[in-house]
Design a protein around this ligand. Sequence first.
Ligand code: CA
Ligand code: ZN
Length: 303
Amino acid sequence: MIELSDERVIFEFSDAAEPALTIPSGETVRIRTKDCFGNQLQTPEDSIDALDWDNVNPATGPVFVEGAHAGDVLKVELLEVSVDDHTAMCTGEGEGTLGDIFHDGLSSTVKYIHDGKLVWDEARGVELDLKPMIGVIGVAPANGARINCGTPGHHGGNMDNTQIGQGTTLYFPVACEGALFGCGDMHAVMGDGEIGVCGAEVAGHVTARLTALHDRTLSNPVLEDADRFITIASAPTLDEACDTAVHDMVAILTKRLSGISTEDLVMLLSLCADVQVCQIVDPQRTARFVVPKRVIEAYGFTW
Ligand code: CA
Ligand code: ZN
């Protein structure tokens, strides 16, 4: 299998980025990723005050996928997502949903993983089940835009979506030759919303199969697993993000389903599909709309 180390990282998604690796479409790559702090917080003694903020939010890559052209879709199968055994996080003044209640700068903490659990407080037995996810994952954006890895958008990026983990498949709109895929910012565990501005930030490995698809188009990322089909949208407000995710879903389904009117489809989705928050702390907010495949497959859904 092809391995990609974390020596080559990007801090913005852009069609001007020099590829770290070129692969044929359909190839599998095992990618090493740094945590969102650029691995600068390794032990409880490492201070957030000494952080070099120019090295924050690195994504490993980009990977140039041969045969991916503007207007295509890049399929990213997340075959394996594994995380290291120590995590870091921060919160404080001006950060996250509660940045207004703090007035003393930033605080950080390093926590360890034992036996598949994040040990928050050993004395009190507060442990959290791991749910490894990828915070930053995407492709170069359209129109020559350069989008900082901390910002989500049509190209993906910092979506901080708890559902992007092992066993799921992502689809991105390709805006330039080669797609220029990158990923990083894994979380060992995170709550929807990411209210404190961080998950349990962690370095790790992502094994992904990258395939260019020429038979469909997208305006925003889409995610699926065995049971669910999910649209993802980012916008200046959570309201707009939710609205776009729902509109994207209905636009896709009305093209692919048969034997159901749009009105009936909307009523059905109103019963069984969930609008969920990805994150409310990044420069754009991200929402997802989750549809159970079982109900749409009854009307011939394929993707
Ligand atoms: Ca993030
Ligand atoms: Zn993160």
